[in-house]
Design a protein. Structure first.
Length: 334
């Protein structure tokens, strides 16, 4: 459930960055959020994810109350994905009943991360790897992940990302391909393949080189730059599964976006064990465009749900029941 597309940050890749004046901005009211959670309950879900841009108007106390109601009145496990907040706020939400927190570290290359994810004005650069450790200490089941194929990302970086999944002892790992969004600085500067919409790197043009230098993005050797093709996200999922056998790994929306017919199924066949169907009310979906042509942008929650069930059934699997706790978390001893 995407509850707000308002964001105070200006990430160079993301369509809902503060500097993008195109999308109409929205924030769900609490009754709308609770109704959506009720719908999830009625459709048979045991858990919901509440996600938003970094919107400080999504007030900590208000979220705490909504979390408590979804958890204790509806009996659903609650995952939050609301960006970088203070330890106090994370603790408040955990005490209110939140079970899990999702915060992608996006890339383990610190210079690249800081370049594409500038700090909010007047604040120091956030360290998401540190935040994840703190969330873990508070007691959350923790989820993270990366984008594969960010301009400036090398194969070595991506290999380190995958070892970082183990180091961080992640309970959940969500990854997808970088998809250039034309209303973002990174999306404007990199040509995309017309048919697939994927970013195909080649030697940098002078303009791209200047862009890298201006934004402090490390310039990789063209041979080292991660190349996004239809296989890349599956390679990342498969490797994540091999190194983290007990983690929950979703077949993500970005994967369904690059291959609307098969993407989600292929993800589930190649290491993923979870899907995250979008239940955001239809009228808000198009406004949560973090990348172009996001899957299911024009569907109703019921349609999206039915598709997910059909796809899982087609694979010969059964839809899991219950809160969806990661097997990894259940085995945790420290
Ligand atoms: N392409 C692919 N993934 C993106 N995200 C944000 N913008 C893009 C993009 N242009 C991912 C980030 C973020 C998650 C919510 O969506 O990894 O953490």
């Amino acid at each position: 459930i995407e509850i707000s597309n308002i964001c105070r940050r200006n990430c160079l890749y993301c369509g809902i960055r503060a500097g993008n004046t195109k999308p109409e901005r929205y924030r769900l009211s609490i009754p709308e959020l609770l109704d959506t959670a009720k719908l999830a309950k009625n459709l048979g879900y045991g858990t919901v994810v509440i996600q938003a841009g970094e919107d400080l108007g999504v007030r900590a106390e208000v979220i705490a109350e909504a979390v408590a109601r979804i958890k204790f009145e509806l009996g659903l496990a609650v995952t939050l994905s609301l960006g970088e907040r203070s330890d106090e706020v994370y603790r408040l939400w955990f005490q209110a009943g939140a079970d899990r927190y999702l915060l992608r570290f996006e890339t383990s290359n610190r210079n690249l991360f800081e370049a594409i994810h500038p700090p909010a004005p007047g604040e120091p650069a956030g360290n998401r790897l540190e935040l994840l450790k703190r969330l873990r200490c508070i007691g959350y089941e923790i989820g993270s992940g990366v984008m594969a194929g960010i301009p400036g990302q090398t194969w070595d970086d991506l290999a380190r990302d995958i070892t970082m999944f183990v180091e961080q002892d992640l309970d959940m790992i969500g990854c997808g391909p970088f998809l250039p969004h034309p209303q973002t600085p990174l999306g404007r500067i990199f040509e995309t393949d017309r048919t697939t919409g994927l970013y195909k790197p080649g030697p940098l043009t002078n303009e791209q080189r200047r862009f890298f230098e201006e934004h402090g993005i490390p310039v990789p050797d063209p041979m080292d730059q991660v190349y996004v093709d239809e296989y890349l996200p599956f390679k990342v999922i498969a490797l994540a599964r091999l190194v983290c056998p007990m983690a929950n790994i979703p077949s993500t929306t970005a994967i369904a976006t690059i291959d609307p017919k098969q993407g989600r199924l292929l993800g589930l066949s190649r290491g993923a064990n979870v899907v995250m169907p979008n239940l955001t009310p239809t009228k808000y979906r198009k406004m949560y465009e973090i990348y172009p042509n996001k899957a299911a942008s024009f569907e109703s929650p019921e349609e999206t749900h039915a598709t997910a069930v059909r796809q899982i059934t087609e694979l010969g699997r059964t839809v899991g029941q219950g809160p969806g706790r990661s097997p990894k978390f259940s085995q945790r001893t420290v």
